[in-house]
Structure formats: C-alpha cells, structure tokens
Design a protein around this ligand. Sequence first.
Ligand code: SF4
Length: 372
Amino acid sequence: MLDTKINHQLVEILQTDLLKWFEKAKRDLPFRRTRDPYFIWISEIMAQQTQIDTLIPFYNRFIDSFPTVFSLALAPVDEVIKAWEGLGYYSRARNLHQAARIIVADYDGLMPDNFAELIKLPGIGPYTGGAIASIAFNEPVSAVDGNVLRVISRFCNSFADIGDAKTKKQMTRWIESILPEAAGDFNEALMELGALICTPQSPKCLLCPIRSGCQSHTAGTTGQLPVKKKKTKQLTRKMEVGIVTQNDCLFFVRRPDAGLLSGMWSFPIVETTVGNGQDIKKKLGENFPELNEPIFIGTSRHVFSHIIWEMSVYRFNLDSMVSETASHPYFISALGAPQSDHQTAFKALPQIDDLALPVAFSKLLALLKNAD
Ligand code: SF4
C-alpha cells in the first residue's frame, strides 16, 4: 500500500521547488523545444526502453524521415521499422505506424487532444497518454514511469512494491491530487529529477531541490527505496538457427505477424529439445527439399524481456547442390538475381541492411564470418 501521508507543507516543496529547479536545470532536448503532440508522442515512445541521451540521434533520424503524422501513416511499415533500427522492441514502431494511420483516417490527421482518446490508440498506454496530454495540452493528468515511482517512493518514504500495479494506480491518483497548474512541466520535472538527481544508484541528495521535504532522506532509508519485488524468472528456450548460404547470399524468412519480433526478418529458427541441427534441417525442408547435413558454427544467447534464447547455429551451404535442384523457386540461378517474395528472401551481405534484421540475428553474422 502506497504511503503518501505527507503534510501540505511537504507537498508545497514538491510542487514549487521542483518546478523552479526544472526551469533552470532541464536538459535542452529537441522534443522539449516544441509542444507539438506528434513530436512528443514519438519521443515518449522511444524513451520507454531507451535512455534520453541515447535516443536523440534516433529521434532526429526518425523525424527527418517522417516529419508529420501523414508521412508516417503513408510510409510502408518496413520503412518505419527500418528507421527504428537499433532501438529494439519493434512492436513500438508497428504500433506507431498503425496509430498514425488511425489518426489520419479517424481524426483528420490531428492527434487527439485528451487522455481518454489518446489511450485508445495502439501503443499508447496510461503513461504515454498522460505524458502527451499533460505536456502538449496541459491536461491535469499524471505520467507515472519508473523515474516517477522512484522519486515519489523516496520522497514519501513509501515501502510499497512499485512492481505492483496497485501501487502504480495509487501513485497516479495521488500525483493527480497534487498536480499544480503547470501539469506537463510538473510531470516532466519529476521524470527529470529521477533521471538526473534521484537516480537508482547513488542519488545526488546534496544537489536535490526537494531534499528538505524528502522523508526517506530524513529517515536514512533512501538506499532501501524503492521496493521492487523480484519478478518470476525469464524462461530459457533452446533454439536451432539455420543459416542457408548460396553464392554469398543468405536466406531469410519473415516472422509471423504476432508474437516475439513479429513481422521482422530473421534466419529460420525453431525450438529444439535435442540440439543436433536436425530440427532446423526439418524446418528448412519446407523451403529446400534437399539439404546437406547441418554444419555447426557456434552458439549465441539473446535475452529478451521475458525470454532467453540459447541458440545453436548451423550452416547449410547450397553451392554444391544447385545443379540438382536449380528449378526450385528459392534457389538462385547461376546468372540471375537472388529470388525473393514477401515471406522469404535471399540477400547478399551488403543488402542485409535493407531488412532491418533484429540484433538477435544480426550478431550471428560474426559466427558465419569466423566459420569461413
Ligand atoms: S533527497 Fe535524495 S532521495 Fe530524496 S528525492 Fe532528492 S535525491 Fe531522491
């Protein structure tokens, strides 16, 4: 249970001193020079899994490619995913694209100007909706992210588990009950304090503008807060990956439209219990009726938020088999260009960039290089 029993005087410190500090200390960020909800939306989605300082070049590149909601809506989804390359969690790019299309189709290309409408759009949850509504439209709603949960837990000396959805709801309601008129600035100030001063490790309490009201600082409990109980362990999955090569080209498949890395290009991959390359060989049989025996080239591990892939990687070289099976549609003719369709592609190494290959797979290219 969130403990926010702090008196009016302390609330005033939080409101007034924090805003004064923010006015002077806030970082000059490209999306802070505007109140345009489109730019704020893009930056907030990027900031969900990426540090602000890291995302700036990605943000600038994305905005250069898609300067308006119309340009985003009209772009092919592959182009949007390509522009998102390097940021990970690609479902965010898909949701942006889908939401842009809805905004153009249903809202005449204007971002909805209130929290209730914003959170109907794909990829916009209570945090992002609160951030856009308060920063762009100054609607009195909160935007509670990890930084805010930490700052408020420490300021109020609350030992409630911040991983518990109930705590987040209570904190959201409590912040909304104390929001000053400049709601957007206040939300941003809380986030900025969490990012710059009230950091997870070694908070800079001596520089903190709200230290005089901070209850954990007074109680000496800052190091114990916030409380976040451990989540259940990530599942580990044993996988086999097949890298099919021919004429210096590599074979790729598009992943299903739902689930992990949905709709992205990858090397063929299957879950396995044995791990001797036969499961991936069987899977590849869907595209290549005849294949040589798998050649093991190494292992790789990739950690997602809820799952870990332990991958054994096998190479299948088709060069020696062309003459027997050259009529198969996936084989590259000796003179012709690599064939591809919407779901599969043969690509030469320099063309791989076009595919926006997820890191889980692009890092396997080093194994292939070492095997040559
Ligand atoms: S005094 Fe320290 S613990 Fe309290 S809000 Fe400031 S930085 Fe965080």
